[in-house]
Every structure is written in C-alpha cells, then in structure tokens.
Design a protein around this ligand. Structure first.
Ligand code: B4P
Length: 189
C-alpha cells in the first residue's frame, strides 16, 4: 500500500500533480475539494453548507470532512493505496487520518509539500477563476484562503516533519519537472 499526502497552499498544483501520480502509480484519488464541489452541484444539504463556507474561503468543520474521508476510503474495494489531495488541512484532520489508516493496517508513506511563492499562487488562481468561473477563485476569497492556509494548514509542515514523512517539492516550474521531483520523493520512500 502506498499512501501519499499532497500538500500545499491553494493553487500550488495539488490537483494537477495528483492526476499524474494516479496515472503512474495506479492509486485511488481523494480530493476533498472535488467531493464538496460535487455535493454543491447535487444541491444536497452538505453542498449547501459547503458552498456558504467555501465562498468565504474558510474550511469546513473537521468532523464533517473526516466523515467524508472515512466513507470515501471505505468505498475503495481493491486498492494499491491512495493520494490524499487537500486533506489533511488541520492538525485534527492529520491525527484522524493517521488513526483511520492505522485501523486499516496502513499508514501515510510520504507527505509532499508543494512550495510556491504567494504572488504566483495569486496569478494562477485568478487565471483559473477567469477560465472556469470557479466561485472561490476571486481576489478577495483567494486572500482569505491564503490567510486560512497560513493560520490553520501550514502548521502541518512541522507536524509531518516530526512524523519523519515530510518531503519538500519546488512547486514553481514546468509540470514535468515538478512531477519528476515528486517521483524521486515517492520512489525514495
Ligand atoms: P481545493 O479544491 O482543495 O482547492 P485548492 O487548494 O485551491 O487547490 P487545487 O488542487 O484545486 O488547485 P491546484 O493547486 O492544482 O479546496 C477548495 C475549498 O474546499 C477550500 O478552500 C475549503 O473551503 C474546502 N476544503 C477542501 N478540503 C478541505 C478540508 N480538508 N477541510 C476543510 N475544508 C476543505 O491548481 C491551481 C491552478 O494552478 C490550476 O489552474 C492549475 O492549472 C495551475 N497550475 C498547477 N500547476 C502549475 C504550474 N506548475 N505552473 C503554472 N500553473 C500551474
């Protein structure tokens, strides 16, 4: 089993690189952002709650996200492992993931931290907002998402360093170069 956490600020390339990883390593992919956007599209109760929170650039409550993750994990019947994209985003989520995997006789093998300067994140997300109309990709919400990232999510860097699972990835450059660095980090574990 190969379980990978792909980590980074909004717009750092988590979703983009996850697709390459899935293709090469044959893993299941859990993107909590994609799950929430699908719920918004369906118009479910969870979707209504998610839309209100995501439009402000805030995080969903930990218990809601942890329940989604457990249900998604159990829906994979035969699995070589999983890429966790956009989860964990808080320390309680990281602790819950550790416990959830341990209960299934598994563990996180590596945490990949995609490091991208803030001005580049802004450029990427504004461009995506213009191209796709994604509701949370506008300047005010992006600023909020970056603040939330610094206060609630970035402390996970130290948490994963202590676990001995941290791997720094330069997230600026061509998709191929970044993916090459990611493969080296995965294969070295
Ligand atoms: P996500 O869907 O996870 O959104 P994201 O952080 O913006 O990253 P994403 O993966 O989409 O973008 P990427 O960096 O690949 O979360 C959205 C919201 O959902 C959160 O704000 C929160 O409200 C909620 N949520 C999700 N998970 C949660 C959790 N665990 N707990 C609580 N709430 C949660 O790419 C961005 C752009 O950059 C793309 O357009 C891409 O084409 C481009 N790009 C990528 N790599 C590039 C490169 N090397 N060079 C140039 N451009 C590049």
């Amino acid at each position: 089993m190969l379980n990978i956490v792909i980590f980074g600020a909004p717009g750092s390339g988590k979703g983009t690189q996850s697709e390459f990883i899935v293709e090469k390593y044959g893993l299941n992919h859990i993107s909590t952002g994609d799950v929430l956007r699908a719920e918004i599209k369906k118009g479910s109760e969870l979707g209504k709650q998610a839309k209100e929170i995501m439009d402000k650039g805030q995080l969903l409550p930990d218990d809601v996200i942890i329940n989604i993750l457990a249900a998604t994990l159990d829906s994979f019947k035969e699995s070589k492992g999983c890429i966790f994209d956009g989860f964990p985003r808080t320390i309680p989520q990281a602790e819950a993931l550790k416990k959830m995997l341990a209960e299934r006789g598994q563990q996180v093998n590596v945490m990949l931290d995609l490091d991208v300067p803030e001005d580049e994140l802004m450029v990427r997300l504004i461009k995506r907002g213009q191209q796709t109309g994604r509701a949370d990709d506008n300047e005010a919400t992006i600023k909020n998402r970056l603040n939330v990232y610094h206060s609630q999510t970035q402390p996970l860097v130290e948490w994963y360093k202590k676990e001995g699972l941290y791997s720094h990835i330069q997230g600026l450059g061509s998709l191929e170069t970044i993916f090459g660095d990611i493969c080296k980090a995965i294969d070295g574990k």
